[in-house]
Write a protein that binds this ligand. Structure first.
Ligand code: GCW
Length: 655
């Protein structure tokens, strides 16, 4: 047992679930199947940790305390009910996955010290597809990974020891994840061959390990694979030879992996091949792959992160934020029913604050998914604390107004995909506190009605400490962390002042004259991207009229997004009565003060926390403080030099 490795499955870490022994010692499993087998195994693991011995299997309920598992067809797929009484604990599921989710839910909450009465729970998944995307490469590296090497690959081969992957499947299914794509959307040379005999037998073993936990395996594919693998002259989705090639591939994949989920595709994006090369559109590209998978029940997940990454900064008309909508909106209704469009939460790229993508709700005749980035590429890289659940919740709760008031994003999508933050580090997520994001992602997409607070509390109690006071402090730290990170890195939604390519640390003009389309347009008078219809790029018109008007008008545009939508003078007066430039100075000074408070709060918990967790995180809070100071000083100096306006409080700004 290792508290870092076990994450939120650290049963019995602080004696909080002693009371469950009475039930766990006798298991009465009234259903069967491979996933039920995993649920039973989990109960055994828990009991062994608590009591140091194996539980007994019984075939009939025992009134002196036992743990019962059964299927209840009255519940829906993935749904479960937990009932706690003196006699027994009963977990019923609508299907095998439901039973497994119920078992995990019980164990996680019990080990977090929640009372027996509060564990009478009935839940069902809100979304049908709850997916994790790995950006892992065959060479063992992880694109945008901050937690060590890949746990899936080593030296250009899939790993053969399934122990770590099985534990990963446990963690994921414990929060209701039911699909995983195991390779990077940027499919390089080696991974292009994953759909061939060279790799399929090994990948089938991985699929098997995840299937035990009710998780379907997907692969990212290279759109040009027919050319790269078999030397076809084209990858044109309407070419007979190409169509047949993919059909044969699909057939063969299903021989190896009968419950294969399908393909994830990044096409015509950041120099990846796609249908545009052949004068075809994304529906033609996606539908061709969908037809190949259809006979086997597979899906195509097609990403909408399609934009021009070779723009000329001199051109003020091209607006990257408009790209997803411009590329996909005209295709609404043209996608096959086993195609899902995967839309990033914001129109730019996983910034700490950006508007919600206008594509949500605009594709009423298309299956859509929301893509979130659990790995903290732009949000602190698992060094700076950044609990992302509030941001994802904001997106799911956003009212698109596409079919009148109440057209929330959560009602416009059928599921979500989250880019994993996991690697080979002992604690899985680099920063042990980043485990809250992995846990939180799963919980939120299982039930978007949950509050960020509740999710944080559940995670802290199960993964770190069930001590009320310490847990309360950590929850407060988590819940303030996104605003803290934002306050020293990105004034009012402007984003992108990061070190190019690496994306940690400050470089105000790093992307300002680059081809990536990510500009803040600061000059001596003001800053911000004008995306209005009246005077800017016209991006606001991609929203339904209620939102278009809200963003277009300075007086109704939410202030945290002012510079995302408007170019404003430094002297612009905010609702707080502060000028824009004063806001920048204040938020950067305050941001780094708060980063210091985080460190001090963490230190105040030293005696109460498991030593390993304490020191891994302390080290990061120290780095965060330095990072925040660097951001503060560079940003404040930069804008002082541009504007020539002093801080009214006369604090230290380097000239
Ligand atoms: O955020 C950007 C990242 C790329 C990533 C790309 C994408 C996998 O910087 O590393 O590539 O998005 O989402 O495709």
């Amino acid at each position: 047992m290792d508290i870092l490795y076990d994450c939120w499955l650290a049963y019995g870490k602080d004696g909080s679930m002693k009371w469950t022994e009475k039930y766990l010692r006798k298991l009465c499993i009234l259903c069967s199947g491979r996933v039920i087998g995993s649920a039973a195994k989990e109960l055994e693991t828990a009991y062994r940790r608590l009591a140091g011995k194996d539980p007994e299997r019984i075939s009939e309920p025992f009134s002196g305390g036992c743990f019962i598992l059964r299927i209840n067809e009255g519940l829906c797929a993935g749904g479960y009910r937990i009932s706690v009484s003196d006699d027994s604990i009963v977990v019923e599921g609508g299907d095998e996955n439901g039973v497994l989710y119920g078992v995990f839910r019980f164990l996680v909450l019990a080990s977090g010290g929640y009372s027996p009465e509060s564990l009478n729970i009935t839940e069902k998944p809100f979304f049908s597809l709850r997916m994790i995307d790995q950006w892992d490469n065959a060479d063992g590296s992880v694109e945008r990974g901050y937690s060590g090497a890949s746990i899936f690959y080593e030296k250009d081969r899939p790993v053969s020891d399934m122990k770590r992957l099985t534990d990963y499947a446990r963690l994921l299914s414990s929060v209701g994840i039911n699909a995983i794509c195991i390779n990077n959307v940027n499919v390089h040379k080696t991974e292009t061959y994953f759909i061939t005999e060279k790799f399929l037998p090994d990948i089938a073993k991985i699929a098997d390990a995840f299937s035990d936990y009710g998780i379907k395996l997907y692969l990212s594919v290279n759109f040009a694979a027919p050319m790269e693998i078999d030397g076809l002259p084209t990858a044109d989705p309407l070419d007979e030879g190409v169509i047949n090639w993919w059909k044969c591939r699909a057939e063969n994949i299903y021989i190896h992996i009968p419950d294969f989920g399908g393909f994830l595709v990044k096409a015509d994006s950041e120099n990846r091949p796609g249908p545009y090369s052949y004068g075809r559109d994304h529906a033609e590209g996606a539908n061709m792959l969908a037809a190949a998978l259809k006979p086997f029940g597979g899906n195509v997940i097609w990403r909408c992160f399609v934009y021009n990454c070779h723009v000329d900064w001199r051109d003020r008309h091209t607006d990257r934020a408009m790209a997803a909508y411009s590329n996909f909106k005209p295709l609404d209704g043209k996608f096959a029913d086993n195609v899902y469009l995967q839309i990033k939460n914001g129109p730019m790229d996983f910034q700490i604050r950006e508007a919600v993508s206008p594509l949500f709700g605009a594709m009423s005749d298309t299956n859509c998914l929301c893509e979130f980035q659990i790995t903290q590429e732009y949000t602190g890289q698992q060094i700076d604390l950044c609990y992302l659940v509030p941001m994802w919740k904001e997106c799911l709760d956003f009212d698109t107004y596409h079919s009148g008031k109440g057209s929330l994003v959560s009602r416009n999508v059928l599921g979500a995909a989250g880019v994993s933050n996991v690697g080979s580090d002992l604690c899985w997520t680099g920063d042990p506190l980043a485990g809250a994001n992995l846990y939180g992602y799963g919980r939120l997409v299982f039930d978007p009605g949950l509050s960020a607070e509740q999710i944080a509390e559940e995670w802290v109690r199960a993964a770190v400490t069930a001590d009320n006071e310490a847990a309360g402090t950590i929850c407060r730290m988590l819940l303030s962390s996104r605003e803290i990170y934002e306050s020293y890195t990105s004034p009012l939604g402007v984003g992108w002042m990061v070190t190019p390519h690496y994306h940690y640390g400050v470089d105000v003009d790093g992307y300002e004259y680059s081809p990536w389309g990510t500009y803040h347009y600061s000059d001596r008078n003001g800053m911000g991207a004008d995306r209005t219809k009246a005077t800017g790029t016209g991006y606001t018109a991609q929203y339904a009229s209620h939102n278009e008007e809200m963003y277009e008008d300075l007086s109704t545009c939410p202030e945290e997004l002012l510079l995302f939508f408007h170019h404003l003078p430094y002297t612009y007066m905010l609702k707080s009565g502060k000028t824009l430039i004063q806001h920048i100075y204040d938020s950067h000074f305050e941001g780094s003060e708060k980063a210091e408070e985080l460190l001090l709060q963490w230190r105040s918990l030293k005696e109460k926390l498991p030593a390993e967790i304490y020191s891994e995180a302390e080290n990061r809070f120290e780095k965060q403080l330095l990072n925040s100071r660097q951001w503060r000083d560079v940003i404040n100096t930069y804008f002082f030099r541009k504007s020539g306006i002093d801080d009214i409080h006369g604090r230290k700004i380097f000239r």
